[in-house]
Design a protein around this ligand. Sequence first.
Ligand code: TA6
Length: 297
Amino acid sequence: MKRTPGTSEIPVNGEGFVRIEEMEEGYPVVVVDTELCRAKIAVWGAHLFSFVPKGKGERLFLSEKALFEPGKAIRGGIPLCWPWFGARKEEKGPSHGFARNSLFEFLGWEREGGGTVVLRFSLENDEEKRRLWPFDFRLEISFRLGETLAVEMKTYNVDDVSWSVSQALHTYFSVDDIERVSIEGLEGCRYLDQLTGETALQKGVVRFSEEVDRIYEGRVSPLRLLDGKGCVTIESEGSRSCVVWNPWIEKSSRLPDMGREGYRRMVCVETANVRDDTVTLEPGSSHTLSVKYVWSD
Ligand code: TA6
């Protein structure tokens, strides 16, 4: 990653840095390196695509074929699905909304006690986006980067009419082998199987031996995602729906930026507000969707 001249390098009290680099022309990335962790966040989409606690391995999956291009979502890390989740039924617009394809504003960062750094990004409407979604909004994203990772997505209705959003933190977790993965905490939950359109109740822990694309309903926190090398606890607030996805072989072959074997090393567990959990905001109100990931291995 080349450093553009005049890149703002901001020492973090001598223990590392937060700096803006340009991966390509017009593609700024915020690089964080402290005594607690390293991380990279593309300003396009406010998209965290790497998080490495010091002395540990990469915690997020990133496809070897991921694209880093303005206006295109990165295949991996934490894409932001907003202001709608999934495909738009009756209107035009990109799958999972426009936030992940938009250039955010990097508002800056601050250091908290103990070495954690907090980075903040924002997005507001403009003429192009308004053609897709004609409401005045402010979307603020913050990342709390230390030994653990926390993400907060705060939506403000700054319009004089109410509107609704469906949203998700579409997190791609790195796993050693999908067939050794299990998810605890969803036992007995009702879910919509997006592959069949059927609803069912989760029997036991979630395991993977084929494509899985499910929307679980209800307050599902904390969850535990386990694989052969460790466990990550997923603690969410402001969410009563969770999406679990692995594309498996056939779907992966239809995703040009997924790579053939990528599905074996990833699983998406997405903290969301979707379907009956869609959020309606009155003028002047706001909603916060937040999640904290704690790894142990
Ligand atoms: O979160 C699951 C899902 O909605 C799947 O149906 C699949 O489409 C996935 O998101 C990835 O979507 P994307 O638009 O990023 O390829």
